[in-house]
Design a protein around this ligand. Structure first.
Ligand code: PMP
Length: 397
């Protein structure tokens, strides 16, 4: 197979619109070999440093050896498992995930995709409160499945029946807007601590604690979508820790898989998890918590919780901040969750193309095209960080 054939088959069978877009912008990469912070073209010598990481899927780089070994070992003896029956790997992963929240969120529901895990969060919040209203941020992103899509932007739900009853969006980082939205019919507020698709706006210090306070006062729950911010990306194991929050529900996905075997989890308080006490089959996911995925996730947690890991993330973040000084963008940053905010609309798109041609893969923010999402792997070494900085400087200085 050659490049043209791959593009042709994609055009015919997978996504013609995407191929038309790639052709329009001269993005002709076909992903081949991948290792560490890099991937290579399948048909020529070009390579790219992955500074998007699929929104954090590749937080530990591509094919991290410890995660790979764990998955391969598990495949010697297990398979997807059976959602009816307990399994040791799944039990141990649930314990380890609960421990990352200091036991605050002991209930765990496994899934396959982030959107599915968000759906679980919203179902459980509605069940626990007996209320239906869900408030989310305009321009945020929680997935394209049922309830996750309903909490998202109009352009992605309007072709499929439009706004579902009970869903309201407010501007992010606007205390007055959330104050007027949360009422005694509100089941939950769902937010990404740093909304990636919105261009990585870092909330004001008081914003998220204020949202939590309103939720408490008015009997609503707080769901944090840590699909991108979780597992060390922001320099804490969970971003909510930056503000000492006590969320009722937390959603983790992407990085939990180590990029090798899909697995997601919705963590919740005992009260919210009680949804399963009387009706154990109220939510089912056949491949959710598949046992090779549990092995991957346990290895991911081993790395993310290893001594010095978060310190490395924070040190790298500071290194990038210093390295990006005097460039024509402002840096939005929490740990290694970064947005390069340019002073012109669509400049994030242009920046993605310029960096692509220079050997860095990154993606602009869909809901603010002036911003380039910049998420290098958390395992980037100091020397590799120097290489990334010098490419970015050579493109933008
Ligand atoms: N929440 C956030 C913050 C995300 O970035 C994404 C995926 N980009 C999702 C949820 C949905 O995850 P998935 O694509 O695995 O359904």
């Amino acid at each position: 197979m050659d490049r043209d054939r791959v593009f042709q088959l994609y055009r015919e069978h997978v996504n013609a619109g995407k191929i038309a877009m790639f052709e329009r912008y001269g993005l002709d990469a076909v992903i081949g070999r991948r290792d560490g912070i890099r991937f290579w073209d399948a048909f020529d010598e070009r390579s790219w440093i992955n500074c998007h990481c699929n929104g954090g899927v590749f937080n530990l780089g591509h094919r991290h050896p410890a995660v790979l070994e764990a998955v391969l070992n598990s495949l010697e003896s297990v398979d997807l498992g059976n959602h009816h029956l307990p399994a040791p790997g799944r039990a141990e992963l649930a314990r380890r995930l609960a421990a990352t929240t200091d036991g605050h969120l002991p209930g765990v529901v496994f899934g396959v995709s982030g959107g599915e895990a968000i759906d679980v969060a919203i179902k459980a919040a509605r069940h626990a409160t007996g209320r239906s209203k869900i408030i989310s941020a305009r321009g945020g992103y929680h997935g394209h499945t049922g309830l996750a899509m309903a909490a998202g932007d109009a352009e992605y739900r309007e072709p499929f029946g439009g706004t579902q009853p009970g869903f309201t969006q407010v501007p992010f980082n606007d205390p007055a807007a959330i104050d007027s939205a949360v009422d005694d019919a509100t089941a939950a507020v769902i937010l990404e601590p740093v909304p990636a698709t919105l261009g990585m706006p870092i909330p004001g210090d008081d914003y998220l604690p204020g949202v939590q306070r309103l939720c408490r006062e008015r009997g609503a729950l707080l769901i944090v979508d840590e699909v991108q911010t979780g597992l060390g990306r922001t320099g804490e194991i969970w971003a909510y820790r930056h503000w000492s929050l006590e969320p009722d529900v937390l959603v983790t996905a992407k990085a939990l898989s180590g990029g090798l075997y899909p697995i997601t989890a919705t963590l919740m308080t005992r009260r919210v998890h009680a949804i399963f006490d009387d009706e154990p089959f109220i939510h089912i996911s056949t491949a959710g918590g598949a046992e090779p995925g549990c092995a991957a996730a346990l290895a991911v947690l081993d790395v993310a919780e290893s001594p010095g890991f978060l310190e490395h993330v924070n040190a790298l973040g500071e290194r990038f901040e210093a390295g990006f000084i005097d460039l024509p963008f402002s840096l939005r940053r929490l740990g290694l969750m970064m947005g390069l905010a340019f002073p012109a609309r669509d400049a994030g798109m242009l920046a993605a193309k310029l960096l692509f041609d220079a050997g860095i893969f990154s993606v602009y923010a869909g809901n603010d095209t002036s911003v380039l999402q910049f998420l290098p792997p958390l395992v980037t070494t100091d020397a590799e960080a120097g290489e990334i900085i010098s490419i970015v400087r050579s493109v933008f200085a």
